[in-house]
Design a protein around this ligand. Structure first.
Ligand SMILES: [Zn+2]
Length: 155
């Protein structure tokens, strides 16, 4: 799109070949996948802010939300909403955050569009703590819980 300023993602500016999320999509990198359909994939964040922190991505590689068609942006958030219900149910959260960063200045770390779904409990209200670490067993247990709670598509 001529005239639209692109947001730099610095060293992370990447092609599909070097993109970790594309590798996860293609099963060329390990992850805990919790949801997948024709156009989207969701998996646990490897460096979660809370138990159940999930990333929802379009399968098609694009750096920022400006690289997507508006109808695809709408669909991405529909899927994120669906996934959020499963995440909240699986971990017994009291609320959740959507976070969607675009550009290095916004702390976008991986240059492939993604929506963070971050479940929050009342006890953690008002805080936005650092990255947490869970064992593979804990990650697997959480992923299974989310998968078991994915609601059926309504469209
Ligand atoms: Zn990618």
């Amino acid at each position: 799109m001529a005239g639209v300023r692109r947001m730099g993602t610095g060293a992370q500016r990447s092609s599909e070949e070097s993109c970790i999320f594309c590798k996860i999509r293609d099963r060329a990198a390990p992850s805990y996948i919790v949801y997948e359909d024709e156009k989207h994939i969701a998996f646990l964040d490897a460096f979660p802010f809370s138990n159940g922190h999930t990333l929802v991505c379009p399968k098609r590689h694009g750096e920022t939300i400006w690289d997507m068609e508006e109808t695809d942006i709408a669909e991405l958030f529909q899927v994120a909403s669906r996934v959020s219900k499963a995440v909240v149910a699986a971990v017994g959260a009291d609320g959740f955050r959507f976070v969607q960063n675009n550009g290095e200045a916004a702390n976008q770390v991986v240059a492939h569009v993604h929506v963070h779904v971050i479940p929050v409990k009342m006890a953690d209200r008002g805080t936005f703590g650092g990255r947490r670490s869970f064992t593979p067993q804990e990650m697997d247990h959480t992923a299974r819980g989310i998968r078991a709670n994915i609601p059926a598509a309504t469209n």
